[in-house]
Design a protein around this ligand. Sequence first.
Ligand code: HEM
Length: 389
Amino acid sequence: MNLRVIGAFLVALLTFAVTPAYSQDDGQRASTGGAQTLEDILKRQKGLNVDESFRRDNLGDPSKAAPLSGDLGTLGGISKSDMYRGIRYSETDVKVSNTGPAAKILVQDGGMSWLLTRQGGIQSYAAYGAGGIIALLVLFYFIRGRMTIEGGPSGNTIERFKPIERFGHWCLAGSFIMLAITGLLLLFGRSVLIPIFGHEANSTIATFSIWVHNNIAWVFMASLVLIFVMWVAHNIPNKLDLVWLAKGGGIIGNAHPSAKKFNAGQKIIFWMTILLGASVSMSGLSLLFPFEIPMFAKTFGMINTIFPAMGLPTELLPHEEMQLAHLWHAIVATTMIIAIIAHIYIGSVGMEGAFDAMGSGHVDLEWARQHHDLWVEEEEAKSSRGGLS
Ligand code: HEM
């Protein structure tokens, strides 16, 4: 029995000793005809970078071409594998009958990492991000409760937003909510809708969603410009904002830090809406007009000038530009959705009297004094001078 065990052990030892190590050394690669090694495959499975030069540079050598009469002679010394590698790494002078910036790229393998990022990281970010903020707000509601007007409403009101301001806000809000819903339907179509409703239903939902998304986007962009023009002057940061932030905006406790028309929290929402809104719009336009508005190579070039250590790629294939625009669009939109859920909470159930500002346009004077005391003073000074109220 013992002898058998020792025998088996020796056989195993011998097997490992004579089995060649799967290393990336040149000898090994040469013996595989320049193919992948097990090490390459394992690295790729772990998501590590693999130096692909052994394939990218392995494009055949015309100087060693077989004569025309010999095998492969007509390809000028390039085998079919060499030729496909050349096409894959854009090293072949491809001639095609159709035109357009992307027509000559016959193979682009970045599509796989684009798909995996979209189906993996971005979907998780959207699901956990939106779910997480809703859970936090529910928790906050049960711990802190609704923020009320201290001492109750006064019964007198003051005009907070003019009709044009409310029109701009509701166009922005309505279009954003429709874009968010249809965008999420498109993002989760394959992983959620198909398993539940089937391919046909998802196809109808996706066709409808993309139509709504592509058309409503114009309303979003126009109203983004409108609210920027109307409110930018009130959203320039100042020292008062630091005090407001230091006091936590009065969310915890009963402090009511001073504020003009918009407090620091609202300024953050404003600039987030404007900057991320502009970015999501630009990447959206780039998707709406495929290959016409590439912007990532130039942006990466600018980032590299400021932070040279980043070394971002500045030469991108047309498809890579589209893939980056698509991923960026989803990341920025998801970030906005998460922040806007918190904004909707504060503007509705979270704070007594806040919704009226965008509902009727008039808020209770006591609410206004507690949250925007300096703005009320400005408005009262204006009306006592006989100006606009
Ligand atoms: C049903 C959804 C929404 C409700 C109930 C709501 C409510 C409000 C209210 C009440 C205000 C005025 C606050 C004040 O008196 O100072 C406001 C302001 C604002 N809203 Fe909304 N909103 C909604 C959706 C959105 C969306 C989707 C966006 C952007 C995409 C947005 C962007 C803004 C901005 C930039 C302001 C000015 C800054 C601020 O007050 O935070 N809102 N919203």
